[in-house]
Design a binder for this molecule. Structure first.
Ligand SMILES: CC(C)(COP(=O)(O)OP(=O)(O)OC[C@H]1O[C@@H](n2cnc3c(N)ncnc32)[C@H](O)[C@@H]1OP(=O)(O)O)[C@@H](O)C(=O)NCCC(=O)NCCS
Length: 392
């Protein structure tokens, strides 16, 4: 690339300082930069994120977190940013490890390919090591070549797992719920013990699950059971029904908003048309689009698990129940779940293929022994990956 010829890149890099984010000093410049980074391809629809004036919102709910910015020149203009957090999670077989998650990396367009993204990652890795992290991971869309190259070629991360993002729009009509199914709202303490029972052998199950379940953004943990099995179970004593499904709901609506921009007037009119029809005649059950052209929130489903011969139908019932919750709440445009490709629950979660994407690539690195072979980078011990809602 021409910009890298000669020593211009070195001059530019020398003027870049990586610092911890300081609201007073960086907020305005950072917001300006992130807004400019959001502009999608001309003429193509793009999904933009509104952090609602809180640039730390995506890491705030994990106690050990940091945001670093790259400052350029005497004015200290923010030209790059990265967020990170450290938590303790399972790495399969009930073994816990300290893990760092790197997210929200951005470099302003005119400063790309000068090594600033790499520099931000390296500085964040140092911070994570100081906090005791043994591994670091990141997630990105499989089409994001710059990001994948940066992490795998420059920073020695290995592709680790591929996850699928399932998206279900919230319609104006209600989803029918089978009257033979009971839906229980579990208190956080009971949900914690059930999740500890189900997920300790999976990967990435967080040790502080109790904090997640009692967080105000958690709208609840719900279990669907055939009514005929209600008398056969005692959840408090660890006696589970032969068939059930369980999930929790995280309200990202209070953290950030999404908005679709750049659609054609025709596509916009079609979406609005189906919505009006669905609102006026809900009994037709028109699969309408919510108003995604204005900022909307999403509910994130996590901790999804099903058991027994009715597990699949029960999972569908639970998803329908959450859909109706979101419909009643308002301002929620979609319900999203992220699942490992071998997770059996994946096929039971209703979603729209058009809006779902099959390949969210997770890459991981051993921060102590760079490039070394170990359990995380070898074959998966479990098909189930617990996706922490705080990372979404
Ligand atoms: C991804 C991003 C942060 C890279 O920042 P950057 O400062 O340009 O990265 P660097 O200069 O440190 O590049 C390091 C390596 O990444 C790879 N890379 C960076 N941009 C690339 C591109 N456009 N195409 C292919 N590879 C690319 C290259 O391997 C590069 O090394 P090289 O320049 O020696 O070939 C930047 O493109 C960006 O902000 N993109 C939009 C947001 C985003 O996708 N963030 C990642 C989310 S996980």
């Amino acid at each position: 690339m021409s910009l890298k010829i000669g020593d211009e890149s070195w001059q530019k890099r020398a003027l870049v300082v990586i610092r911890e984010y300081d609201e007073e000093r960086h907020k305005v410049s950072l917001e300006k930069m992130e807004k400019l980074c959001e502009v999608g391809e001309r003429g193509k629809p793009s999904l933009v994120t509104d952090l609602m004036g809180d640039p730390i919102c995506r890491i705030r709910h994990i106690p050990l977190h940091v945001m670093l910015v790259a400052e350029y020149g005497e004015e200290g203009q923010v030209i790059g940013v990265i967020r990170g957090c450290v938590k303790t999670v399972t790495r399969g077989n009930s073994v816990y490890v300290k893990l760092a998650y790197l997210l929200g990396l951005r470099v302003s367009h005119q400063h790309r390919r000068f090594g600033i993204g790499t520099k931000l990652v390296e500085h964040l890795e140092e911070w994570c090591k100081q906090k005791g992290a043994k591994y670091a991971y990141m997630a990105t869309d499989c089409t994001n070549e710059p990001s994948i190259n940066l992490f795998t070629k420059k920073c020695y991360y290995s592709k680790f797992r591929t996850l699928t993002m399932l998206v279900q729009p919230v319609h104006a009509h209600y989803k029918p719920i089978n009257s033979n199914v009971a839906i229980l709202h579990l208190p956080p303490s009971l949900a914690t013990s059930i999740y500890n029972h189900i997920f300790t052998n999976s990967e990435f199950f967080p040790r502080d699950i109790d904090l997640i379940l009692s967080n105000k953004l958690n709208l609840g943990t719900f279990m669907a059971i055939p009514k005929k099995y209600l008398s056969k179970c005692d959840l408090k004593r660890g006696i589970y029904p032969p068939s059930y499904s369980i999930l929790s709901v995280w309200n990202t609506k209070e953290v950030f908003k999404l908005q679709v921009k750049g659609v054609s007037p025709l596509a916009h009119a079609c979406c609005v048309g189906t919505r009006v029809l669905d609102e006026w005649m809900p009994w037709l059950r028109v699969p309408s689009y919510p108003d995604v052209f204005r900022p909307f929130g999403v509910y994130f489903l996590y901790g999804l698990h099903m058991e027994g011969k009715y597990g699949r139908q029960l999972m569908k019932c639970l998803c329908g129940f959450v859909h109706n919750m979101a419909r009643d709440e308002g301002g929620c445009g979609a319900i999203v779940a992220e699942l490992g490709q071998r997770d059996p629950v994946k096929d039971a979660v209703p979603h729209w293929r058009k809006f779902s994407w099959a390949e969210d690539i997770w890459c991981i690195k051993n921060l102590e022994k760079c490039g070394s072979y170990d359990c995380f980078t070898s074959r998966s011990s479990s098909p189930v990956i617990f996706v922490d809602p705080r990372d979404f």
